[in-house]
Design a protein. Structure first.
Length: 260
């Protein structure tokens, strides 16, 4: 297990911390290898409803992959293929988590760090945040999966601008083009992120997770209802949370949802 990743829990919100502040939380291969196992742990924990992903400290979410490892772990084609498979596996595991995920972006969010942030459902950033994807600076090619996540958020033209140039976007530009969802002051980012995460824990979790799944299907190209999406919609009427939501509305009170 890598010592550079840790899980913190506070009520129904868990936090996955990239914990290498001395290197701006640069991501080592061992971290990519460990991340899917930690995601499995979060997925299996019924008490966790939302996951926040962040870097340690306030200078960086992650400054990218740890390039100091590249000659050792990515020095030839075979090593590069193995490395790329582990990066893809980490991002895929994060993206596939049924529970909502929020990337909390302080400062630098570059390269592999941006890849992890893109795999989250939402991205909240501070005003000093700088985001970039930099394969063109290293002679690399970004994966199709990661490129699709980028295109889905910012569109093909802006994705080309980012991938071809490797230039950094400031927080305001990232918000304008859809790369991040909300921007706050550095002092307010943590409270704002966790307030929103706590809000999500109060919502009907069947609805939250079903909504995430259906949006994923739409992004993947599905345009018509099928048996799976109809089952999601119809199954909601059988949940205790649906009955509670209706009662709470009629009683003019906040609902107390219990499904997890």
């Amino acid at each position: 297990m890598s010592d550079d990743l840790r899980i913190e829990r506070s009520g129904a919100v868990a936090t996955l911390v990239l914990d290498r502040p001395g290197s701006h939380n640069a991501i080592r291969l061992a971290m990519y290898e460990e991340l899917p196992h930690l995601i499995e742990e979060i997925a299996a924990d019924p008490d966790v409803k939302v996951l926040v992903v962040r870097g340690a400290g306030r200078k960086a979410f992650a400054a990218g992959a740890d390039i100091s490892e590249f000659q050792e772990v990515r020095g030839d084609a075979a090593g590069a293929r193995s490395y790329n498979e582990r990066v893809a596996g980490a991002e895929r595991a994060l993206g596939a988590l049924r529970k909502p995920t929020i990337a909390m972006v302080h400062g630098y969010c570059i390269g592999g760090g941006c890849g992890l942030a893109l795999a989250c459902d939402l991205r909240f950033a501070d005003e000093r945040a700088r985001l970039a994807i930099t394969p063109a600076k290293l002679g690399l090619v970004y994966s199709l999966e990661s490129t699709k996540r980028l295109v889905d958020l910012v569109g093909p033209s802006r994705a080309k601008w980012m991938l071809m140039s490797g230039k950094q976007l400031d927080a305001g530009t990232a918000l304008r083009v859809g790369l991040v969802d909300e921007v706050t002051s550095p002092d307010d980012l943590e409270a704002h992120t966790y307030d929103f995460a706590e809000l999500l824990t109060t919502r009907a979790q069947f609805s939250v997770r079903a909504g995430k799944e259906i949006i994923g299907r739409v992004v993947a190209g599905q345009t018509e209802e099928d048996e799976a999406t109809l089952d999601l919609r119809n199954s909601s009427f059988d949940t205790s949370d649906y009955a509670e939501g209706v009662r709470a509305f009629l009683d003019k009170r906040s609902p107390a949802f219990t499904w997890s």
